[in-house]
Design a protein around this ligand. Sequence first.
Ligand SMILES: NCc1[nH]cc(CCC(=O)O)c1CC(=O)O
Length: 297
Amino acid sequence: MSKTIRIGTRGSKLALWQAHFTQDRLREAGIDSELIVIKTQGDRIQHLSFDKMEGKGFFTKEIEEALLRDEIDVAVHSMKDLPTNSPEGLCITAVSYREDPADWLVIRKEKADAQKPLLLPDAAVIGTSSARRKAQMLDLRPDIQIKDIRGNVPTRLGKLRDGHFDAILLAAAGLTRLEISLSEFEVVRFSPREFIPAPAQGVLAWQAREADKPTRRLLKQVHQSAVAELTNLERKVLNLLDGGCQMPLGVYCEKDGEGNFHVWAALANGWDQPVRRCRLSQSTKHGLPERVIEALR
Ligand SMILES: NCc1[nH]cc(CCC(=O)O)c1CC(=O)O
């Protein structure tokens, strides 16, 4: 018999889905757990665009602090929201399967224009607060207008429905996990090789105290090491650039049946600056992140 693992999570619908998913995986491994909901800066400050907020890790800081204070044993994060350097004393112990890593462009049906690229009318108003999505969208359609949008996934869809935007960009992972019907909208489902996702998009990270060996041993039972190999590569590129989740950087990695690694990356100096792209392949992962940085220069 092991003790009950305390899982710390944000309170949004998607975060709770992720926490329940964690509980299910642990239960399968015979491990009992309970949920502890924690509010973060990212949940409280919903009116500011991310580029107007200071620092990194808006969705993760308070949960990491609870972990350090021993109020929880495991923190569940969307891995893409997690800065590449864990605070002193904490580490990412395990990662989940990868949900579809793509971004989807969700368009109001009455605005969709089948004659135009990406089904967008001229000068379409696109809602996104992500510098990465802004830069890649402007690269594809320089005529569009960008407007910031905040709030959780259902809130954003509500704002689209209410006509504040012609289209918005969302992670396929969030929409799929919440089983949100998009039948009232037109949807452009980008390939992650074309519209490059955030490093580790679609993957959950399970964080624990470095010194808490019993919890870390339990988490290893649900760890997906093949996923970690790819997300570690993606996050290494972010780390080498000294970037956070507001950097206009997309990195996406696949490993093929022969064991070769393929990386697609896109980087801009700012959200309204030109996008530089690269696609690299090699048979080992060694030195690949460094080559990506070189190619994006
Ligand atoms: N930044 C918010 C956030 N963090 C994780 C997801 C979706 C799940 C994932 O990508 O793992 C989202 C919503 C979105 O980007 O549309």
